[in-house]
Write a protein that binds this ligand. Structure first.
Ligand code: PLP
Length: 419
């Protein structure tokens, strides 16, 4: 008798094709996407539409800080949505006030403005700086080469990478780039029009490069001396990722003079909502009222729903000491990556980063990558995907590990063993 086999899963395969088709026909093709359609997740894992499981060491580019489908986030969403989702900023709502207080408590005396994304939070910083310098005719913001500040028009002008600017000229005026971690270059670049310096604590898209303590302290002194605002973009490197709430707090811990350091304002987004869109900026006390009524606004900024989720995430991180987890497990991961670099010098060049913001730089001219015109970082990311691990490319030579803050030791071990 003819044996009857269970039918192969053409529908499962077709589902990926079908999803990709929907995108091809209906979605603006502005992203270079991997051939992967994801359907659901649990903790540090996500599953594709064919049911294959991946260890997610990228957490949606440093966003899903509690992993996927965390019950506390679900509960906060459900409970708050039963009460109030949105009312606009014409009115006061308690969750927004409480969330601002939580952020202020962890940084220093000041105030918060809520937005929806990192780029939008940064837009607030640019407007703050322009308002600060307006009456003196100062408006120019210095930012670093290799920086990334988002994809709005001002965001790409602020970003120190040509690839994001190409095709969108003329650029928004008032931004100039200086080499990162070079204090003298910053000093020399200041013009009579300069009003602020904006840097990332750890450059993310630029390849995971932390600012040095000397640079941060030196910039603070320079900005005080020249009456400039020191602005920090903590969108990717902030929110406990390095083991402290903001990256400057980690970079400057145990550094003489570091305890007194504060930027004048900083932006955050990504992990603040664990996947629910929310961005914010914090601004130091003397400048906190610069943007008065009517000067800045956004319809969805700081909705009760977004703020309730963000408040719940703070609670979980504090209760489970996930900052410590990012620090300790991050150190272990980094030492393992360094071991891989030692063992495979023809493929891997360098491991760097802080806590759960790690970069693995690939060697130049890896023979296995020679036959494709895709960058080494994309090819390595593809190979890891095939092996069941998601990582994030940064530029052409670096892959980033930005795992959820609640990654477990055995999951970290699994990632390293697959790599
Ligand atoms: C440092 C930094 N700033 C700003 C942004 C822009 O954030 P968003 O994509 O939420 O606008 C990003 C995004 O990757 C980022 O890494």
């Amino acid at each position: 008798m003819k044996e009857i086999f269970p039918s192969p899963p053409p529908l499962v395969h077709n589902q990926f094709e079908a999803v990709r088709d929907l995108f091809a026909k209906n979605v603006v093709p502005s992203y270079g996407r991997f051939d992967l359609a994801l359907s659901h997740g649990a903790g540090s894992y996500v599953f594709d539409v064919a049911g294959k499981r991946y260890l997610d060491l990228g957490s949606g580019i440093a966003v899903c800080c509690l992993g996927h489908a965390h019950p506390a986030i679900t509960e906060a969403l459900v409970e708050q949505s039963k009460k109030l989702i949105h009312v606009s900023n014409l009115y006061f709502t308690e969750p927004q006030g409480r969330l601002a207080a939580e952020i202020v408590k962890r940084i220093g005396a000041g105030k918060c403005f809520f937005a929806n994304s990192g780029a939008e939070a940064n837009e607030g910083l640019y407007k703050l700086a322009r308002k600060f310098g307006h009456d003196e005719g100062r408006f120019e913001i210095l930012t670093a080469t290799n920086s990334f500040h988002g994809r709005t028009l001002a965001g790409i002008a602020a970003t120190g990478q040509d690839k994001v600017k190409k095709g969108f000229e003329p650029a928004v005026t008032g931004f100039r780039h200086i080499p990162f971690n070079d204090l003298e270059a910053a000093r020399k670049a200041i013009s009579p029009a300069t009003v602020a310096i904006l840097i990332e604590g750890v450059q993310g898209e630029g390849g995971v490069t932390p600012a040095t303590p000397e640079y941060l302290l030196g910039l603070r002194q320079l900005c005080d001396e020249k009456k400039l605002l020191l602005l920090m973009d903590e969108v990717q490197c902030g929110y406990f990722r390095t083991g402290k709430f903001q990256s400057f707090q980690r970079i400057l811990e145990n550094v003489p003079g570091g305890e007194k350091f504060l930027p004048d304002a900083l932006s955050m987004a990504k992990s603040l909502g664990g996947g629910f869109p929310i961005g914010a900026f914090w601004v130091r006390a003397p400048f906190a009222d610069l943007l008065g009524p009517g000067t800045h606004a956004t319809t969805f900024g700081g909705t009760p729903l977004a703020c309730a989720v963000a408040l719940k995430i703070f609670e979980v991180i504090e209760r489970e000491r996930l900052d410590e987890n990012a620090r300790k497990l991050g150190e272990w991961l980094k030492s393992e990556l360094e071991r891989l670099v030692e063992n495979y010098p023809t493929v891997l060049k360098n491991a760097r980063g802080l806590g759960f913001m790690l970069g693995l730089e690939l060697a130049e001219k890896v023979p296995a990558f020679a036959s494709s015109d895709k960058s080494a970082s994309i090819q390595m990311t593809n190979r890891l995907q095939q092996a069941g691990v998601l990582v994030i490319p940064a530029g052409t030579q670096v892959i980033r590990l930005l795992p959820p803050l609640n990654l477990k030791p055995q999951e970290a071990g699994e990632g390293i063993s697959i790599a």
